[in-house]
Design a protein around this ligand. Structure first.
Ligand code: NOJ
Length: 553
């Protein structure tokens, strides 16, 4: 069982991070788009220091910088300001102060693989080959008037775009409005590092770094080899446009910069399906503090499906870094509440999933609204805003279904805004909303809240080691989290039927001796005692968390 290294576990290891999609969280000025003052008005909901609030430890804000919004903020035209849609820098400073007063850390999104095509650096770069900014981007004169290679663009029909003024193509593997920067240019690098300093100097607590494994491209711009796969991005082996070895050196430098400020951190979005690749960006503890593992986003329901991913992630990390887990994000066409829906069982499934996320060894990243069970909105073609949806309709509907306004109450637009929101509210906001759930001890919101506070108070859960008891499991996940002389046993029944959990025997290190007490459970009273060394009957979708109170340590 591995705990964080050193005595003092860091806040970004023990805490719970809550992702806010700013356009959709709370509209403070009535224009239909969420903003910073809207977020400020909801900080008490997130954590007011008491167990009446959700209790999260940090908010990660998807990009709030000025942007033409071709990719909803992931195309930045000014790295040192706030988009007027969200407010201004004074509002941001207020948000920081108000969040810090409540012990909520603030994590910014750092999108430095590409800028907007409207960023002054790119506008300059297009003026001429001699322009000092020209080499800040990735250019190629092409081959026989065509693109130089076969690289793939996620949101557009091609990755290379011609600029007459310089008689060259620029690279954008997202959409044409997101030109990619040249990290080999020392002046570009210094300018980006200054951006990183700028927000750290203002007091932000960390960064979520966008597509970290795309930063450096093959110097010779070689074509990727093809492979037999049906879905577009996968029909190439991305060996020349991603995960280039030099990226690790860059990550080490970013780490040093971030670490030169006390108590800050960076979590990388490593855009990959491979846990090994994601793990490689921890370096030897000298690259990123954390990397996302998106495996759960793609797993079907089932104890063994999830446990296999936990195991693969642990093996890939090999104790050199602290894991992260997440079930939903702004990048998925679907929220996990919908992904795992099964008629009347949906809500109980959401609880099992939340209990897993909040009790595994690692930092949980929640996505706004999952705590009340927000689900996907069915989007008509004419409502689509997301470039991904525009490109792949009707095969993919894009990411809008999971970006709808937060559902605060049952009033029109879910209390998110007095105006018509930029994306329609999910019609179920009349029932599924914070107002309805906050006073109800049996609601999903109360479930998250209770578990988050329990996690905070229980070192074994927020920083302890982890050991799976049954591998591979059938219906039930069973693991022990331990810190010092405290052990907590987590039992999660992923089946809708009653199952028997039989403790493993003959391990020679049986952790289940002694007396155990219920800390949290869907079907049993808190504080009741339990003998967990014999078989336990678990109800359908039962969540049971027990702590050893005496006996073996
Ligand atoms: C990954 C971000 O999470 C996604 O939202 C964005 O579209 C791409 N990077 C491009 O920045």
């Amino acid at each position: 069982m591995t705990e964080p290294r050193g005595d003092a576990a860091k806040w970004w290891q023990t805490g719970v991070v809550y992702q806010i999609y700013p356009m959709s969280f709370m509209d403070g000025d009535g224009d239909g788009v969420g903003d910073l003052m809207g977020i400020v008005s909801k900080l008490d909901y997130l954590n007011d220091g008491t167990e009446k609030s959700l209790g999260i430890d940090a908010i990660w804000l998807s990009p709030i910088y000025p942007s033409p919004n071709r990719d909803f903020g992931y195309d930045i035209s000014d790295y040192r300001d706030i988009d007027p849609r969200y407010g201004d820098i004074e509002d941001f400073k207020l948000l920081l102060r108000e969040a810090h007063d409540r012990k909520i850390r603030v994590v910014m999104d750092l999108v430095i693989n590409h800028t907007s095509d409207q960023h002054p650096w790119f506008l300059e770069a297009c003026k001429g080959r001699d322009n000092p900014h020209h080499d800040w981007y990735l250019w190629h004169k092409g081959k026989n008037g065509k693109a130089p290679n076969n690289w793939f663009a996620y949101f557009d029909k091609r990755a290379w775009w011609w600029v007459d003024e310089v008689r060259k193509f620029y690279l954008s593997t997202w959409c044409r409005y997101q030109p990619e920067v040249n990290w080999r240019n020392p002046r570009l690098k210094e300018a980006m590092f200054d951006v990183i300093r700028f927000w750290l100097d203002l007091g932000v607590d960390g960064y979520r770094i966008d597509v970290v494994n795309w930063f450096i491209k093959d110097e010779k711009f070689r074509s990727n080899p093809y492979r037999l796969q049906l879905t577009p991005p996968d029909y190439q082996k991305h060996i020349y446009d991603r995960n280039r070895p030099e990226t690790h050196g860059l990550c080490r430098e970013i780490r040093q910069l971030v670490d030169s400020y006390p108590d800050r951190f960076a979590v990388g979005e490593v855009f990959t399906n491979s846990p090994e690749e994601a793990a490689s960006y921890y370096g030897n503890g000298d690259e990123l503090h954390l990397a996302f593992n998106f495996a759960f986003l793609f797993r079907k329901w089932g104890a063994s499906n999830f446990l296999r991913e936990v195991d693969a992630w642990d093996r890939a990390l090999k104790d050199r870094g602290w894991p992260t887990y997440t079930l939903s994000s702004h990048d998925q066409p679907g929220r996990h509440y919908s992904r795992y829906a099964k008629g009347k069982e949906t809500d109980r499934r959401a609880r099992v999933a939340a209990a897993m996320l909040l009790t595994l060894r690692g930092t949980p990243f929640l996505y706004y609204g999952e705590e009340i069970g927000m689900s996907n909105l069915k989007i008509a073609r004419k409502q689509i805003q997301d470039p991904l949806g525009k490109k792949y309709w009707p095969f993919l509907k894009g990411r809008d279904p999971a970006r709808t306004p937060m559902q605060w109450n049952g009033s029109p637009h879910g209390g998110f805004s007095t105006a018509v929101p930029w994306l329609p509210s999910h019609p179920d906001h009349r029932v599924v909303n914070v107002e309805n759930q906050k006073g109800d001890p049996d609601s999903l919101l109360s479930f998250y809240r209770e578990l988050i506070w329990l996690r905070k108070k229980t070192p074994a859960l927020c920083r302890g080691g982890y050991r799976a008891l049954v591998f591979p499991p059938t219906d039930c996940l069973a693991y022990v989290r331990a810190h010092g002389d405290r052990s907590v046993l987590v039992l999660l029944n992923f089946a809708g039927k009653r199952v028997t959990f039989t403790p493993p025997v003959g391990t020679g290190n049986d952790p289940l001796e002694g007396t155990w007490q219920v800390l949290f459970g869907t079907d049993r009273g808190k504080g009741s005692r339990l003998d967990v060394s014999t078989a336990i009957e678990l109800d359908g979708y039962e969540v049971l968390i027990v702590q050893r109170t005496g006996g073996a340590g």
